[in-house]
Design a protein around this ligand. Structure first.
Ligand SMILES: C[S@@+](CC[C@H](N)C(=O)[O-])C[C@H]1O[C@@H](n2cnc3c(N)ncnc32)[C@H](O)[C@@H]1O
Length: 200
C-alpha cells in the first residue's frame, strides 16, 4: 500500500477512469445550490482541489478556474476539460495569495483530504476575499484523521473530521462568519456543506 494517494502519479488514471455520475446529477448537488443561493454578486470562482474540474461545467456566467497539484492539472483536468483556466499548486508548500483574486473559493472534498485540516482552512481563509464554500467535510465533536483508499485501489489517502468548536473558532479568528450549513447528502450524516462569508 502506498501513502499520499493524491501526490502519486498513479492516481491520475484512477480519476480519469472513475465511473461516478456527474455531480450536477448527484444527490449532493442540492446542498451546494443551497449555499450558492445565499451568495450575491459572485463573478469569479476558484475550485481548489478541482480534480477533473467537473464543477466548471455548472459554473455558468462566472469566471471559473480550477486549481490542483501539477500532475492532476496536466494529466486529468486539461485532458478532460481543456477549455478552462487552471492553476497548478500544492497547498502544503505554495503561497496561496492567488486565491484573493476570486469572489468565491470552492472546495469539494479538499479540506477533508488534509492531514492538518484546520491549519489548511485557516491558511485559505487568511487570503480569501469574500466567500468560501466547503463541500463534503465531516464535522464532529473532535478533530481526527482516518485512512481510506480512493476508488478502492491501493493508494492511501486521508479523511479528516474537524471538531465543530475548532472549526467555529478558526472561522471567527480569520474574520469570517458561518453563513449557512447543511448536510451534504440528503438524510442524516456527518458530511457538511457550508458557506463562509468574510466580515465587512
Ligand atoms: C477527493 S479529491 C476531490 C476532487 C474534486 N474536488 C471532486 O470532488 O471530484 C481531492 C483533490 O484534492 C487535491 N489535493 C490533495 N492534496 C493536495 C495538495 N497538497 N495541494 C493541492 N491539491 C491537493 C487532489 O489532487 C484531488 O484532486
Amino acid at each position: 500500500m502506498q501513502k499520499d494517494a493524491w501526490k502519486n502519479d498513479e492516481i491520475c488514471n484512477l480519476v480519469l477512469n472513475r465511473k461516478f455520475a456527474h455531480m450536477a446529477q448527484s444527490d449532493h448537488f442540492k446542498s451546494i445550490s443551497k449555499c450558492f443561493e445565499a451568495t450575491s454578486d459572485v463573478k469569479s470562482i476558484i475550485d481548489v482541489g478541482c480534480g477533473n474540474a467537473e464543477f466548471g461545467d455548472v459554473c455558468k456566467n462566472v469566471r471559473y478556474t480550477g486549481a490542483d497539484l501539477p500532475h492532476i492539472i496536466k494529466k486529468v483536468a486539461l485532458v478532460q476539460r481543456p477549455s478552462f483556466n487552471y492553476i497548478e499548486f500544492d497547498v502544503d508548500k505554495d503561497d496561496l495569495s492567488f486565491l484573493n483574486n476570486y469572489d468565491l473559493v470552492f472546495m469539494n472534498g479538499f479540506i477533508s483530504e488534509m492531514k492538518n485540516p484546520i491549519e489548511t482552512l485557516a491558511k485559505i481563509l487568511t487570503v480569501s476575499k469574500k466567500y468560501v464554500l466547503v463541500h463534503r467535510q465531516d464535522v464532529g465533536e473532535t478533530t481526527y484523521l482516518e485512512e481510506y483508499t480512493p476508488y478502492d485501489q491501493n493508494l492511501i489517502a486521508t479523511n479528516s473530521t474537524v471538531s465543530r468548536n475548532e472549526l467555529q473558532k478558526t472561522i471567527t479568528d480569520c474574520g469570517f462568519t458561518l453563513d449557512h450549513m447543511c448536510n451534504s447528502f440528503s438524510g442524516l450524516g456527518s458530511k457538511k456543506t457550508f458557506l463562509l462569508k468574510k466580515d465587512d
